[in-house]
Design a protein around this ligand. Structure first.
Ligand code: KIV
Ligand code: NA
Length: 264
């Protein structure tokens, strides 16, 4: 059993202790991150971009995520591992269950799905059958072609109210964790207050219950540029374990993300 669990994460939110999450795709980095104090490892479908070199995450398959989940799990039995459900692998509740089962068998502790209230039935069914779910709102990269690019979401009032309603619907369906990506900090704060499950932010300011980054962004080797919401922790520390330790310390203390990393 992983050292961290859905109950420890919930207690951390209640105690206002920041949760530290990071993506990883293999055993060596997963172990290093866990040893440095990272509480959640996400096997993100961002691997379609940072590992496979794609322009977006749409080409990633369940087999890809299952493979990398097995690799990450091999890094430590104690890790709390979330595995991403790829594009079009949860378009109905039955498909969601079958595909999520593959990821749980590969060693995941939880699966993550992108989307709002329309996922209600799938999340209900998954949790009823013993599969913990993490929601994902805001800039959900699998919808990049609907958004017309990787753009900040939730900027107008109607969008913001919709997102708060979606967060409540995901929680009501049984989701036990929520990721919010690239939204104004004020909205991320409202969402974190509106639900009792922990909310993990990326490009969502410092008021969420925790933070997550794509590991490549943290060490400054993202394709082409460092996103505004990220920071190169390797530059100021000089080695990988120290960089990850600094990221953990800065999230815990509230030093990261700073005002320069947020959207308003
Ligand atoms: O795929 C991923 O790495 C993610 C995080 C950015 C939240 O979904
Ligand atoms: Na993802």
């Amino acid at each position: 059993m992983a050292k961290t669990s859905v109950s420890t994460l919930l207690k951390m939110k209640q105690a206002k202790q920041k949760i530290v999450a990071l993506t990883a795709y293999d055993a060596s980095f997963a172990k290093l991150f866990h040893d440095a104090g990272v509480e959640i490892i996400l096997v993100g479908d961002s691997l379609g971009m940072v590992l496979q070199g794609g322009d977006d995450t749409l080409a990633v398959t369940i087999a890809d995520i299952a493979y990398h989940t097995r690799c990450v799990r091999a890094g430590s039995k104690e890790l709390f591992v979330i595995a991403d459900m790829p594009f079009m692998t949860y378009s109905n509740p039955a498909a969601a269950c079958e595909n999520a089962a593959t990821l749980m068998r590969a060693g995941a502790n939880m699966v993550k799905l992108e989307g709002g209230e329309w996922l209600y039935d799938s999340i209900r069914l998954l949790t009823q059958q013993g599969i913990p779910v993490c929601g994902h709102l805001g800039l959900t990269p699998q919808s990049v072609h609907v958004f017309g690019g990787f753009k900040i979401q939730g900027r107008d009032d109607a969008q913001a109210e919709r997102m708060i309603a979606d967060a409540k619907a995901l929680e009501a369906a049984g989701a036990q964790l929520l990721v919010v990506e690239c939204i104004p900090s004020s909205l991320a704060k409202r969402i974190s207050e509106a639900v009792s499950i922990p909310v993990i932010g990326i490009g969502a300011g410092k008021e969420t219950d925790g933070q997550i980054l794509v590991m490549h962004d943290l060490v400054g080797i993202s394709a082409g540029y460092i996103p505004k919401f990220s920071k190169n922790f390797l530059a100021e520390t000089g080695n990988m374990p120290a960089a990850v330790k600094k990221y953990c310390d800065d999230v815990k203390s509230g030093a990261f993300p700073g005002p320069e990393h947020e959207f308003n």
